[in-house]
Each structure stands twice: as C-alpha cells, then as structure tokens.
Design a protein around this ligand. Structure first.
Ligand SMILES: Cc1ncc(COP(=O)(O)O)c(C=O)c1O
Length: 508
C-alpha cells in the first residue's frame, strides 16, 4: 500500500471539513498531483474510445472549410451519424433520455420546428406567436398542476404563473435565484440558505454555487424520502426555501411534500416542488387511480414548481416550465436593465435570444397529446414499470430501493452492482449508476412500452447477475470508476477527474 492509499483509507470516516482542508494542502504537493494524473489517465483512456467512436469513420473539421461543402453531402453524412446512434434509444435500451421517440411524433415536432425555426421570443414584436405559445404552455402546465382557472385568467394575488425555460436545470436555477433576490429585498436576508434532501437533483447544488446560497443537505429515511424532523431542525433565520422532489431522480420516490410544504408555510419560507420528472406523469397517474400523495399547488405551502415538458411532456429537447405562486415572486426571476446604451433590455430567463421553434414544438406536443394521450402514455409507462419492478424483485441477489412507480432503482447486498451495470452495458443497455448507496436505476419511458422490451430487460438483467456471480473479480468498465468515487474521501479530486472527462468531450 502506498502513502496515498494509506491516507485515503485513514480518512474514510473523517470529518468532511478536515478532509477538505487536507485535500487542499495535499494538492500542493507535486507527488499527489502526479499520482492523481496517472489514475485519471487510466480511467479516461477507457472512456475515450466510447466517447470518440467516429475518428476513423467521419471527416473532422478544426478549421472552417475554405469553400462550403455540398449540402447534399452534409446531409448524407449527418444521416449516417444519426443512424449510428438511433437504434439504441429507439429500441428501448436507454434509461430516460428519449421519452416519446415514436417516428410519427418526431416527424410532427420536426415539421413544427421547421415552420418556426427563425422565431426568437426576445423579439416579441416580430414573433408574437412565440409569446402566444409560451403563455399557453405555462397556463396548461399550471392548470395540470393544481392551479385553479381563476388564478391564470385574472390578476389575483397568489395566482399561479411562470415562464418557459430551456430545461429542468434552468427552471431550478431560476427559482432559487428568485427566492434569493426575494428574500434579500423582502426579508433583508443577506446570507441565504436552502434546505434540500440529499436525493434532490444536482441542479440545486449548481444553484447554490452559482448564486452563493448556503445549501444544507438533509438525509433521507430508509424509504429514501426526505426526513421532516431533520428538515425542521435545519431551518434558520436565513432559510429562504425548502425543496422536495416529486419524484427524485435517483430512486423515483416522492418526498413528503404535504408535510414539508406546510412546515415552510408556517415559517414563511418558500417551498419548491421539483416535478421535473413527475410533473407530466403524476397528474395522470392520479386520475388512473394510482396512489399519489399531493405534491402540487393544491397544497397551500407550495410556492414554486419545476416541470419538464422535454421529458414526459414529450416536447423536443430544450424546454421546461417553472411556476410560481404569485406574480411578485416571478418578478424576482426576471432581468431588466434601463440604462444600457444598447437600449431597454429585459429577459425572463438566463438566455437572451432563445429558440422560439422549441416553444412552438412544445406547444404542439402538448395540444397534440391532449389529456387522453398523456393519460394513455402514463398508463403504458406505469404498467411496463410494474412488469420491470416485479422482474427485478424476482432476482434473489437484487432488491428495489424505496417504493417507486416508474423510476426503478435496484441494489445488491452480495454483488458489485456496478459490475452488473457493466454487464448490462455490454448487452447494449444504457442505465444510470447511483451513489450512496451504490445502485443502478432504469427510468421507464414510452420506448420501454414497446412489445417485449420489459421482458428483454429482465432477462438480460438475470444473465448479468449470473455472470457477475460467476466472475466477481472481472476488470474494466465503469465499476472501478464508481468504486474510486465512492471510496475517495477527497471529493475535489473526483471533481477534477470529472472536469477532465468534460475536456475529453471537446477533444478533437
Ligand atoms: C428530478 C429532476 N430534477 C431536475 C432534473 C434536471 O433536468 P434537466 O436535465 O432537464 O436539466 C432532472 C433530470 O433528470 C430530474 O430528474
């Protein structure tokens, strides 16, 4: 065992603050950096071949061609790239990612995109259609999520309002920024804090970093739902918002939103329900008779929500909706500048110019699906997920985490679950690896509702488990990467590795 291994082992259960301080000190030593670079290179070399498969097959451009290429040839090349990738998600081998994916639906969205490809909501005078689409997307989403019609139609206090954003992360970032600015102006809070379950999406960490908000992560219970007592104990004079997920990304379980939001309401604190994943499934699941605890604006304590149209809203990638209880709160999201030489400038979200065509496609997806289409889609997804869940439950080496509906996380007490994931990858599956505890999940979409896909998943999983049982010490794959990330007390070093991974994406 070398010095670094010894240090890592010794620090496994040490105080995180001491570990961070030690990490900063250690990083100043060249031998530590050298050792880490060596480890990174080993991991990244494995990743490079799968991330850069086109080097030999397709021309690469590091400078703009002197003379423009033939458009027919460009299209041909792009079609070839597309067909290299299409089968995997189309045939239902991928967790999440493509939520509808039916050819007819894609063609329809592409047609809508083409009609509006020049539209930019920043120029509302030139493209009032963009404002029509976006206001209707917000109203339809708000109505689906517990707003009453009067809220939307009339300028009543506490009305549910919102904006269209570029995705779940932007919806969350904007909401957290709105709370920060609201709390500063209305409550004089200069050192804002947010309370977030440990299972809430990484976008909340991003918001905390970007907007200088102190984030307190509260633990989840054995059922993977947020702990109410720990939440209450974490509230301070500086708490601006409490968060709950409906459901959470890792385990697909719904936090106790009723209790959490009531706690927030009694304390005069904001409450955000992150329904990025569930916003367009849970209302229909409820109508279908599934047991869905209240999670939306029907709860008086819920003051904002995020719901992703580009997931189960079946829009093209690049839209989500953030909703607020009250126009006042939404105003803290907006950006305006009155003394810029470039004129009066204002924008509702982070971007300036925005793709109006994506909002048009989102609107078209919503009105073409209709309540009936969404309900039928939810029914198919939930029934398929139940088949997958019971298939996993029948594998003795695996167990399900929590009590999920359609995002199903599973773990093992006897096998390295990341090796099981690697085996599934070798069978063409793309699943999500999870941390704390080590687990893997599949997020069921309409792709998995095709005949035979759920059965194929369960069959492949059985074979993967049997293989890992027979070969527990196999090398390679993602298992060592997850293993290293889990055992490494220096989270900054793991972060450095991830940054090098991103660098790799931009490598020619
Ligand atoms: C619960 C939850 N919140 C937020 C997000 C972030 O969404 P996006 O990837 O669209 O930014 C996700 C993404 O999967 C999610 O599952």
């Amino acid at each position: 065992m070398d010095l670094m291994d010894w240090v890592v082992k010794k620090l496994a259960n040490a105080n995180p603050r001491i570990v961070t301080r030690l990490e900063k000190t250690l990083k100043k030593f060249p031998f530590v950096n050298k050792r880490m670079q060596k480890e990174y290179q080993q991991v990244l070399q494995g990743a490079e071949s799968s991330l850069k498969p086109y080097k030999e097959k397709f021309a690469a451009y590091s400078t703009i061609p002197k003379i423009g290429l033939d458009k027919g040839a460009i299209l041909q090349e792009m079609e070839a790239l597309h067909s290299e990738e299409e089968a995997r998600w189309q045939d239902g081998y991928v967790s999440g990612a493509v939520y509808h994916g039916d050819q007819g639906h894609i063609q329809f969205l592409n047609q809508v995109y083409a009609i509006h490809s020049q539209s930019n909501p920043l120029h509302a005078d030139v493209w009032p259609s963009a404002s029509k689409y976006e206001s209707e997307i917000v109203a339809m989403t708000a109505n689906m999520l517990g707003a009453v019609q009067v809220d939307i139609d009339q300028n009543v206090s506490g009305q549910i309002c919102g904006t269209v954003t570029s995705g779940g992360t932007e919806s969350i970032l904007l909401a957290m920024k709105a709370y920060r600015d609201w709390a500063r102006e209305r409550k004089g809070i200069k050192r804002p804090e947010m309370i977030v379950p440990s299972t809430a999406h990484a976008a909340f960490d991003k918001a905390a970093q970007y907007f200088n908000i102190k984030m307190t992560r509260i633990p989840v219970g054995a059922d993977f739902r947020a702990d109410i007592v720990a939440t209450q104990a974490a509230i301070t004079r500086n708490t601006i918002v409490i968060v709950g997920s409906a459901p959470s990304f890792p385990h697909g379980v719904i936090d106790p939103i009723g209790d959490l939001s009531e706690l927030a309401r009694r304390k005069g604190i904001g409450f955000h329900t992150d329904a990025c994943l569930g916003g367009f499934i849970l209302p229909w699941a409820c109508k279908l008779g599934y047991e869905v605890p209240p999670f939306d604006f029907s709860l008086p304590g819920v003051t904002s929500m995020s719901a992703d149209t580009h997931k189960y809203g079946y829009a093209a990638k690049g839209t989500s909706v953030v909703l607020y209880r009250g126009l006042d709160l939404r105003h803290y999201q907006y950006y305006t500048v009155a003394d810029w030489p470039g004129g009066l400038y204002f924008s509702p979200t982070f971007a300036g110019s925005r793709p109006g065509a994506l909002s048009a496609a989102c609107w078209a997806a919503m009105v073409s699906m209709g309540e009936q289409g969404y309900t039928q889609a939810a029914r198919n997804i939930l029934e398929t997920a139940a088949t997958i869940r019971s298939g996993i439950e029948a594998i003795p080496e695996l167990h399900i985490l929590g009590d999920p509906l359609w995002v199903i996380a599973f773990a093992s007490d006897t096998l390295d679950i990341y090796r099981v994931m690697d085996q599934m990858t070798s069978k063409n599956w793309s699943l999500n690896g999870l941390h704390h505890p080590p687990a893997v999940h599949i997020c069921v979409t309409l792709r998995h509702t095709q005949p035979g896909v759920a059965e194929r998943f369960v069959e492949d999983l059985k074979l993967a488990v049997a293989h890992v049982k027979m070969n527990p010490d196999a090398k390679g794959g993602m298992a060592p990467v997850y293993g290293m990330a889990a055992s490494m007390p220096f989270k900054g070093l793991v972060g450095d590795l991830l940054k090098q991974y991103i660098d790799l994406l931009y490598k020619m």
